[in-house]
Design a protein around this ligand. Sequence first.
Ligand SMILES: C[S@@+](CC[C@H](N)C(=O)[O-])C[C@H]1O[C@@H](n2cnc3c(N)ncnc32)[C@H](O)[C@@H]1O
Length: 350
Amino acid sequence: MGFIRNWRLKAALQAALSRLPGGERINDRLQRAVGGLRNLESNVAIKVDDWYGIVELLDTVGRADVRGMDLAEIGTGWYPVLPLCFSLAGARSVLTVDLTRHLSAEMTFEAVAALEAHLARISERCGVPLEEVLSRYRRLRACQSVETLLAAAGIRYEAPQDAARLAWLDGDSLDLVYSNSVLEHIAIDALGPILTEASRVLKPNGVMVHAVACNDHYAHFDSSISFVNFLAFDEREWKRWNNRFHYQNRLRAPDFIHLAQAAGFVVVHERRAVRPGTKEALSKMRLAPQFAHYSMDDLAATTVDFVAIRSPGASDTSGGDAGVVLGFERGAAKSVCAGAADKKDRLRVP
Ligand SMILES: C[S@@+](CC[C@H](N)C(=O)[O-])C[C@H]1O[C@@H](n2cnc3c(N)ncnc32)[C@H](O)[C@@H]1O
């Protein structure tokens, strides 16, 4: 809903839509017609950058070459750019799950076409010969239906599917579990079980990477507020603005790390970014009391990306977040994102 510049108006409209039967579909259509999904080509370029950032993290643990690997993605969204990039780079299989069946065949085909401009980058980043990437790409371009396209790419799409409930998937079976722009949209109480499930399905020493845009997404289209504006609201007030289609949990960077550790992971690398102006905004605003104990750096991180290794013997972890101290009131949040203005905060998104 790019035409709405006022964040409160957008929040109110989405809250109203979320109460309507079929509101999810109407919201998706609006995103496509006038909102964040309007310009698919530039969105694909942003998602390829996000994928690149995830492979950079994989590189820190020597796993940038994904050829022959079995992967799972949490939170597919509307078109599977990251799974397609991994497939083109030679992953054997990519399972991608989403709580909501957003995936659009039309956008998926458009995304494949837009990926043509990025093939050299994919090959270079993963250290895979361009000819290999090109030959996989040609196979995808020849597909006539989204089903054959996904099958040719080795992508399995499961939706609706909660990433916390993958009992049908064997334990110790995957090399990598990742997500992009997802964890910040998941209710606090659901995060522990999701990460515990990731630990179960990963092979011992399997890798987990999450790119988390822990910034106020309303600021992406309302330039009158900062990317930490949401930290001014206590839980009761925030509930008024936090709707099912644009759910934001407001966790800060260390909370995600602690949750991963509690689920049996060793976090080996963490990368943060801070949007220009964020610290100044923080120094001028009144924080809600629940954020008072965080350090300035922890509050200011507008993204946190991390790579974690499933520690041997971690698959028997239960409960996931037992004993984790979050700076947050628990149980207050409900529902998930079907995020609208979801652009990553890589210091390059307006
Ligand atoms: C903002 S979108 C990001 C989509 C995609 N990863 C991207 O980068 O464009 C977040 C997605 O996570 C999905 N999601 C939220 N909670 C989930 C859960 N518990 N299990 C699986 N998917 C979930 C939402 O339905 C939504 O499609």
